[in-house]
Design a protein around this ligand. Sequence first.
Ligand SMILES: [Zn+2]
Ligand SMILES: [Zn+2]
Length: 275
Amino acid sequence: MARMVNENWCENDVQTTALNEPGRGTARWGPQHAGAKELANLYSPGKRCQEWISVVLCFSLMAFNFFHLFANFHLGHFWYILLCVVAGMLTADFASGLVHWAADSWGSVELPIFGKAFIRPFREHHIDPTAITRHDFIETNGDNCMLTLIPLAYMAFTVLTHSAAELYHSYLWNCYVMALAVFVTLTNQIHKWSHTYFGLPGLVVFLQNCHVILPRKHHRIHHVAPHEMYFCITTGWLNYPLEKLGFWCKLEDLIQSLTGEKPRSDDLKWAHKTK
Ligand SMILES: [Zn+2]
Ligand SMILES: [Zn+2]
């Protein structure tokens, strides 16, 4: 694949917005931002190891399950299978929004183990949006591969232990689970593509232009500070309806009224870092 070169629209958009905000002072977004440098240095060998194990296990299980589905495919089920795939994509899009919203809005990098391992990349992404385009396959996809391990392992277990009749009855459900797992696994790769402006394979650009996966222009909306909307990053199909419903605002108001915590306070803290 051609070397990927990236445009800095995201940085510029965010920077312009951020600099117009009171109190942001001379914050410079991108790899030179003090907070971005500190967050990049928190990526540890232990974290790298967890990502490698997750990627190897996830893709092995996916190949095994896919072989089972392919071997039992019947053309007569095509439209049902397509429906299951679309349902899996919708569920993955909602899940991506929920996880992204939760990690952006709540918690802190200072939380023991979890903060450094799983919240850090979200903080880094807002102050250095192009960092993701410099991450390799393992760093980009490791955490998402970990998320799908349990459902994929359970499906492989049923393939090995259930009777042919039982597997026939659960075939469409397994198609749904497989589509969900594939799109959850690919979410951060799709997100990375939405930040990449040169050297993308033609098929990826075609899928973005048809809005089958997250389009680049669509994802810009999330990157306008203070990053409080358009959290879904798999297909982005649910962003508009969820904003219309005020879904994230209502959820944040509810949590704030119950806990007294303000959303995105940790995110703002990192954005304001000057040294
Ligand atoms: Zn975000
Ligand atoms: Zn992004």
